[in-house]
Design a protein around this ligand. Structure first.
Ligand SMILES: [Ca+2]
Length: 184
């Protein structure tokens, strides 16, 4: 965590603890969306780190190691699951989840109607639209025996900040998962 410099028209309206307030605001937005299905987009990492904390593009697009150290987890690999929520640290890094909290509920799956065809949907937040330190892609398999094939064009977040990967169900079943490849 860091603090806000009181040095401009943006920060003039914020308390020095704005960084913490932004985190709290996102929790309130998440609770509101859960309760009322409102689809309000949370503050993005870019808005919080760039707009409020004046971090540079390179500082916002931090390395996996730097991101993990920010949570007190140093020297661990992308396959780490310290919080035991079943989401690897590499995926938590790409989604902007918390690798010290069980927050896998922020990834949801559903059976949806996709232009008249039933589809499996995996919905998840994305921390940065573009990163030089991770490549995130949903991947699908028709039966778990066949290899998972990454989506050629991963979905971008919608107006609510959530990306939705959809797999049309042409057979009786299908499987989706998220793959996050880290670049040091
Ligand atoms: Ca977690």
């Amino acid at each position: 965590m860091d603090y806000v410099w009181l040095d401009g028209p943006i920060s003039a309206n914020f308390h020095p603890n704005t960084n913490a307030q932004a985190i709290v605001a996102n929790e309130i937005i998440a609770a509101f969306n859960t309760r009322y299905h409102t689809g309000i987009a949370p503050l993005t990492a870019t808005e919080m780190l760039g707009g409020l904390l004046k971090k540079t593009t390179n500082q916002i697009d931090m390395t996996f190691a730097a991101w993990m150290t920010g949570f007190g987890l140093t020297g661990l690999t992308g396959s780490d699951d310290s919080d035991g929520d079943g989401v690897s640290a590499a995926v938590e890094f790409a989604l902007g989840l918390n690798p010290t909290l069980r927050d896998s509920h922020k990834i949801t799956s559903a059976l949806v109607d996709n232009n008249g065809i039933p589809a499996l949907e995996l919905a998840y937040p994305i921390r940065l639209p573009v990163s030089s330190h991770y490549a995130l892609a949903p991947a699908s398999s028709v039966d778990l025996t066949s290899p998972f094939i990454p989506f050629a064009v991963p979905p971008m977040p919608g107006t609510d900040g959530i990306a939705r990967a959809r797999l049309p169900l042409l057979g009786p079943k299908g499987f989706l998962r998220l793959q996050s490849t880290i670049t040091p």
